[in-house]
Design a protein around this ligand. Structure first.
Ligand code: GAR
Length: 209
């Protein structure tokens, strides 16, 4: 059984989907802990499933590095096989990613490398593209620049705003995330091999604040 730590900042809808998937005994991964950088709405899902949680409040630390050190200490307590950034809206400091890469993955609401960063949905709309997408990647040293594990195109519809488009992207993200975690757990997807093939430095960050 693959053990997973999920880090969030927001509503945790992707976390919820992973928890629902993991409730099936046939699913080969378990969420063992949920962490956040703030009092995230998504903690409610962890509570409902009886999953332990921790918070490392961003504003209590004087630097990204110190915040990352505490986050690393919390993760070390649980020793998960995989860390999933699921809407954690903070850039991780390099030492933390160095310690966990390539076992850190991230979901992103755009078809990377298009529209990286904190506003993937808004930026796609502003660019006036006809289609955007959803991606799951390995976290590396850049901003949403790591090796792509799965992605899918999603059309932008006339009249879409950030909210409606994000609402259509999220179910795709959930499906991709659940499938990627399953493939990692089943050994179908070897993160070390993918990372090596991509020439990744096995370190990095993502998700700017
Ligand atoms: C998701 O769409 C995720 O891809 C995005 O935040 C949302 C979190 O939703 N992450 C980023 O934009 C990171 N660059 P959720 O809290 O409902 O799962």
């Amino acid at each position: 059984m693959l053990t997973v730590a999920v880090l969030i900042s927001g509503t945790g809808s992707n976390l919820r989907a992973l928890l629902d998937a993991a409730a099936d005994p046939a699913y080969p991964a378990d969420v063992v802990v949920v962490g956040a950088d703030r009092e995230a709405e998504g903690f409610v899902h962890a509570e409902e499933f009886g999953i332990p949680s921790f918070m490392v409040p961003w504003e209590r630390f004087s630097s990204r590095e110190e915040w990352g050190e505490e986050l690393g200490r919390q993760l070390a307590v649980w020793q998960p096989d995989l860390v999933v950034l699921s809407g954690l809206m903070r850039l991780l400091p390099a030492p933390l990613v160095d310690a966990w890469s390539p076992r850190i993955i991230n979901t992103h609401p755009a078809y990377l490398p298009e529209f990286p960063g904190a506003h993937g949905v808004r930026d796609a709309l502003a660019a006036g593209v006809e289609r955007t997408g959803a991606s799951v990647i390995i976290v590396d040293n850049g901003v949403d620049s790591g090796p792509i594990l799965a992605q899918e195109r999603i059309p932008v519809l006339p009249g879409d705003d950030e909210h409606s488009l994000h609402d259509r992207i999220k179910p795709v993200e959930r499906r991709l995330l659940i499938d990627v975690v399953r493939r990692i757990a089943d050994g179908e997807l070897d993160l070390t091999a993918v990372s090596a093939r991509a020439g990744s430095s096995a370190a990095g960050g993502d998700v700017p604040s």
